[in-house]
Design a protein around this ligand. Structure first.
Ligand code: UT7
Length: 310
């Protein structure tokens, strides 16, 4: 039996920052942001909400959706580049708040591809029989590492958390294939010293190529063709990058998860947040073949092909 995603959860902070709000602070325009990125607004966590708080809320939501108790978890993995502290990890903070006393816990650093890296790691432990249930969280409070004076980056990012419980699913369903990759030579294009610094055009070119290739590649690794794919959940970085990967799979617009307009780019959280909304709004059904694909700083990338359902 394969590992699959038993339940998905999310948390986004309540404060909405619109493009019009940003127009008042920096030299930008709603029109520029919408046409270049597809973003209309993003959620920003205030000083009372840190990364671990959002991670905890998304985790509770995912456990409830999966109908799993915290004491059943063997491992908690948190993908983030914006932890509350260098240590303790966000994963250990969530472990304590959940009361998941039997779970090991660690953070994963793979930037926006972190959630995919986390799910693939969880899958190994579940299919090896080491742990019955692994909680994977993608969470970012990017607002604390964005330079709000830099229009090249300030308009792009948002805060939030998404989570999934990974465990065994019924015959034929689950994670059919995956791909993980990295190219450290591209690390200079997207990095953080004090703030996020990015060569947007270089990241854009890499993302369009890699997202499309990885989406097709995971379908093929599952013994399928791109025509078998029912739904695509791409990392919500920029609508133009997302559309390029959708076109590569030959899917119509409504068969792609798209929440970048309301949450911006939430890095490691974007895929589970978007999938959570898809499930809540009935866009993903049992036995659908879905492809999840992400890329990020590192550079890193990853993809999953899943036959949906428990
Ligand atoms: O999770 C991974 C994170 N990173 C990404 O996903 C980023 C990938 N890259 C992108 O999404 C795009 O490259 C951007 C959205 C960042 C930029 O779009 P672009 O079409 O590549 O624009 P550009 O960099 O070619 O810039 C065009 C112009 C520049 O002006 P000049 O030099 O042509 O006069 C920029 O200075 O747009 C200017 N510009 C802005 N103007 C208004 C850059 N940012 C802004 C802004 N408002 N916020």
């Amino acid at each position: 039996m394969k590992a699959g995603l038993l339940g998905i959860g999310k948390f986004v902070p309540p404060t909405i920052v619109t493009n019009a709000d940003l127009e008042k602070r920096i030299d930008t325009s709603d029109e520029w942001i919408r046409t270049r990125t597809g973003i209309q607004e993003r959620r920003i966590a205030d000083e009372t909400i840190d990364t671990s708080d959002m991670a905890y809320e998304a985790a509770k939501d995912a456990l409830e959706a999966a109908n799993i108790r915290p004491d059943q978890l063997g491992l908690i993995l948190v993908a983030t580049v914006t932890p509350d502290y260098t240590f303790p990890s966000v994963a250990t903070m969530v472990q304590e708040r959940l009361g998941a006393t039997g779970a090991a816990a660690m953070d994963i650093s793979a930037a926006c591809a972190g959630f995919i890296y986390g799910i693939v790691t969880a899958k190994q432990f579940v299919e090896a029989g080491t742990y019955d249930y692994v909680l994977v969280i993608g969470v970012e409070k990017l607002s604390k590492i964005v330079n709000w004076e830099d229009r090249n980056t300030a308009v792009l990012f948002g805060d939030g958390a998404g989570a999934a419980v990974v465990g065994k699913v019924s015959e034929g369903r689950g994670i059919l294939s995956f791909e993980l990759g990295a190219d450290g030579s591209g690390g200079k294009h997207l990095h953080r010293k004090e703030f996020i610094e990015m060569n947007g055009r270089e990241v854009f070119k890499f993302a369009v190529r890699q997202m499309g290739e990885t989406a097709v590649s995971v379908a093929e690794k599952a013994g399928l063709t791109k025509d078998d794919v029912d739904y695509l959940v791409p990392h919500q970085a920029n609508i133009r990058i997302m559309e390029a990967s959708r076109e590569r799979l030959g899917l119509p617009t409504e068969k792609m998860s798209s929440t970048v307009h309301k949450y911006g780019n939430t890095s490691a959280a974007s895929i589970p947040i978007s999938l959570s909304d898809d499930l809540a709004e009935g866009r993903v059904k049992d036995d659908d073949i879905i492809v999840l694909v992400g890329f990020g700083g590192g550079l890193t990338w990853g993809g999953l092909c899943i036959k949906w359902g428990k």
